[in-house]
Design a protein around this ligand. Sequence first.
Ligand code: HEC
Length: 120
Amino acid sequence: MAASASSVNDAIAERIKPVGDVCMAGSDCAAAPVAAAPSGPRSGAEVYDTKCFTCHATGAAGAPKVGDVDGWAPRIGKGIDTLYTNALNGINGMPAKGLCMDCSDDEITAAVDHMVASSK
Ligand code: HEC
């Protein structure tokens, strides 16, 4: 017995219907994956790459350039705790927290570690 035309059409419609609601960019659907929120502290490299590099990659405002071993040696010689303190509180042209006001202290010290490790 041949299937009727309408039952064939129903079967096709069933097969080609969307498996889920398509979520268009810009639409407000609850199932849309949200942009990954920061899930923990940023790494020192991330903080450096987004905040500190503006001065420390270029030497702007007299900032010691990352990778400038001679420029960093006397600073490293002061001890890492002094560098942490000065990065957190600021010193001369170095603004407190390197202007990263939403950085935790741990994120700042991680950025200092990253800069020091890249400069010796
Ligand atoms: C607006 C420019 C600017 C930004 C942004 C900036 N710095 Fe600096 N930084 C400076 C300057 C200028 C100095 C040199 C200060 C001095 O010793 O006179 C400095 C010095 C430092 C020193 C050496 C301090 C010492 O005791 O010798 C550290 C460590 C440091 N910055 C870390 C950071 C970190 C970490 C960030 C990002 C979170 C950052 N800086 C962002 C300008 C900046």
